[in-house]
Structure formats: structure tokens, C-alpha cells
Design a protein around this ligand. Structure first.
Ligand SMILES: NC(=O)c1ccc[n+]([C@@H]2O[C@H](COP(=O)([O-])OP(=O)(O)OC[C@H]3O[C@@H](n4cnc5c(N)ncnc54)[C@H](OP(=O)(O)O)[C@@H]3O)[C@@H](O)[C@H]2O)c1
Length: 314
């Protein structure tokens, strides 16, 4: 077993750059083309499934043995994914992922999406110096001079923190900027920011049993040309509890879903406003399963209705 501390120390000291070990991950046969989506503000295409890093990823990142996360990150890249969503508040996730990516030699291939928030969940004004310090730590942890996407986490002091992100974008140190929240009381504020600010992305929750955003936030994102990262596509544990003991219906194979994860992910990817979903996992086999949702077909309007009715019946 390699402890987290030993791992980070050795890796940083040696500046290692290892290839993803061949054969480490059993590849599922790929079905069709990788589904990619254009980021509305530039047209750059990104794979529609990535990896999130709160929840179980963060739990393992905090533990003594982080070797599973090396496999998870390797599996994402090996199976066509690039987007890694993290935040300074996800324990050691940002630092561990940055170090593992350097070890695997994939830092330049990952689409790094992190966040800034020194305001905390309850709002309040931010000290710009503290926010700048947190941003500089993200560059250090991720081991890169340019971060692909930085978002204001949970709508924390948007005027100050988004202002800092605009400056970083002007300087060419961040390519895309945005705002996130998964708290319903913050959705009206998110809508205001989407209407008013020149943001490239929002990050928010959307799932087969959490569809209210189809009425306002998702159409607005399409109108304003704002990309959407889907957070909590499984409702963390909510959907797993709902389908426990039930098999995936056979008709889901018509649009290529062979597991519940693929069923849930293909549901969210079928919405045209969605750029990518970033489910969190701490297991390589789940990462491979999730990447499977980014291959093959997507449900059409009839299939989407059938999927919702099926989940509501469980
Ligand atoms: N405000 C914000 O900015 C915000 C808020 C919420 C989330 N996020 C981002 O969105 C990411 C995703 O959301 P989330 O982590 O809350 O929840 P989620 O992705 O809906 O669910 C994660 C859970 O699903 C399990 N899982 C993943 N793949 C699986 C598979 N193929 N089969 C079975 N179980 C599977 C994971 O456990 P295993 O480890 O066992 O796979 C974990 O318990 C976060 O990690 C974070 O990066 C951002």
C-alpha cells in the first residue's frame, strides 16, 4: 500500500511522468463514436462525460491509500474522457488529482475545471486577497499555468470573485469562467447572473428525478450560449437507493444503456443544453461504466418519457 503522504512526496520530488499502465483497465468494447459537445462560447468540442471529485473521490483523496484514484483518472482518459471537476473545498481532491495527473503524464490532456470560493456557503463578502491566494493554490495544485475553467462556487460573492476570474481570463490564465450552485434558494440569483454576465459555463444539478431546470435554467443557457456542466447526475446516493434491487429495463439497450449509470447519464446528455456530466467516482470500473454513456445513441423524446415514467414507478 502507498500512503497518500508518501505518494505525493515521492511524486513531487521525482517529477515523475508515467504512462498509463497498459492493460491495467479492462476496456469494455466501445459502441460507436464518442459523444462530444461544443462549448457554446468557442465551439471547442469536449467529451460529454467526465469525472467529479467531491463525494467518494474526496473521501478516498483524504485517506491513506489513494492508488484507486490513479486508476480512476487513468480510466477516464483511456476511455475518452477529459473533464475533471474539482474545487478547493473538496478536501485534498484538487491536490491529489493534480499530482496523479503529473505522474500519469496527462496534465495537458485533462480539461481542468475548478472553482473559487472563500465566502463559504452562507455568503458574505470576500477578501479579494484571500480569493487570489486560493486561485494561485489551484494553479500550484493542478501543476498547470493555464486552467481550462474556473467557476465561482455556490454563488459566493459573485461580483468580487467573478471579477477576479474575468481578470484571469483577460490575462490568458483561465480559458473559461462560470458560476455554480446546487442550492435551490440560489437558482434565482444564478438566473440573474446568467442574464447579466459574460460567463462561458454554469455548473448545476440535473438528473432524471430532478428536472425542474428544464423549465428555466436550461433553456436560458441555450438562449445565452452558456455551457452546462451537470453535477450530481445520480443525485449522489438518491437514485442508487431508488433502483436498488431492480434491473435496468431491456428496452434501454435501444439507446445503448446497459447499466443504471448509463441510463441516468444518457438521460441528462439527451438534453441539448448539456455540455457534459461529471459524476464522481472512486472506482475505475465505475469510471469505465460512466464513460460508456458517452458512446452510442441517446434516448429520443419518446424514450425520455418512458425513462421518467419507469423511474417514477420504482
Ligand atoms: N456546487 C457545486 O459546484 C457542486 C455541487 C455538487 C456536485 N458538484 C460536482 O459534481 C460532481 C458529481 O456530483 P456528486 O459527486 O455530488 O454526485 P453523483 O456524481 O451524482 O454521485 C456520486 C456517487 O455515485 C457513485 N457512482 C458513480 N459512478 C457509479 C457507477 N457507475 N455505478 C454505481 N455507482 C456509481 C459514487 O460512488 P463510487 O465511488 O462507489 O463509484 C458516488 O457515491 C461532484 O463530485 C462535484 O465535482 C459540484
Amino acid at each position: 500500500m502507498i500512503t497518500r503522504r508518501q505518494y505525493l512526496k515521492l511524486a513531487l520530488a521525482a517529477g515523475v511522468s508515467l504512462a498509463i499502465p497498459g492493460g491495467m483497465l479492462k476496456a469494455e468494447p466501445r459502441r460507436g463514436e464518442l459523444i462530444t459537445r461544443a462549448i457554446p462560447s468557442t465551439g471547442e468540442r469536449v467529451p460529454a462525460v467526465g469525472l467529479g471529485s467531491s463525494a467518494t473521490f474526496a473521501q478516498v483523496a483524504r485517506s491513506e491509500d489513494i492508488s484507486a484514484l490513479r486508476e480512476v483518472m487513468g480510466a477516464m482518459l483511456e476511455h475518452g474522457g477529459t473533464i475533471f471537476d474539482t474545487a478547493p473545498s473538496y478536501g485534498d481532491s484538487e491536490q491529489v488529482a493534480g499530482t496523479l495527473a503529473q505522474e500519469l503524464g496527462i496534465t495537458d490532456r485533462v480539461f481542468w475545471a475548478t472553482k473559487v470560493n472563500v465566502a463559504g456557503r452562507n455568503g458574505g463578502r470576500v477578501d479579494p486577497g484571500a480569493a487570489r491566494g486560493q486561485l494561485e493554490e489551484s494553479f500550484f495544485h493542478l501543476g498547470t499555468d493555464v486552467i481550462d475553467l474556473i467557476q465561482v462556487h455556490n454563488m459566493g460573492d459573485v461580483p468580487t470573485q467573478l471579477g477576479l476570474l474575468k481578470e484571469l481570463k483577460e490575462e490568458g490564465r483561465v480559458r473559461y469562467i462560470g458560476v455554480t450552485t446546487t442550492f435551490p434558494h440560489q437558482y434565482p440569483g444564478l438566473i440573474e447572473v446568467m442574464r447579466r454576465e459574460p460567463i462561458d459555463f454554469i455548473g448545476t444539478d440535473y438528473a432524471i428525478d430532478n428536472r425542474e431546470k428544464e423549465n428555466d435554467i436550461l433553456p436560458l443557457a441555450q438562449d445565452r450560449g452558456i455551457g452546462v456542466l451537470v453535477y450530481a447526475p445520480f443525485g449522489r446516493t438518491r437514485l442508487w437507493e431508488r433502483v436498488r434491487g431492480h434491473d435496468v429495463p431491456e428496452w434501454a439497450a435501444e439507446f445503448g444503456a446497459r447499466s443504471w449509470a448509463q441510463f441516468f447519464l444518457k438521460f441528462v446528455l439527451a438534453h441539448p443544453a448539456i455540455t457534459a456530466a461529471t459524476p464522481a467516482t472512486s472506482r475505475a470500473r465505475h469510471m469505465i461504466d460512466n464513460m460508456g454513456a458517452a458512446y452510442g445513441g441517446l434516448p429520443d423524446a419518446d424514450a425520455l418519457k418512458r425513462m421518467v415514467a419507469h423511474i417514477e414507478s420504482l
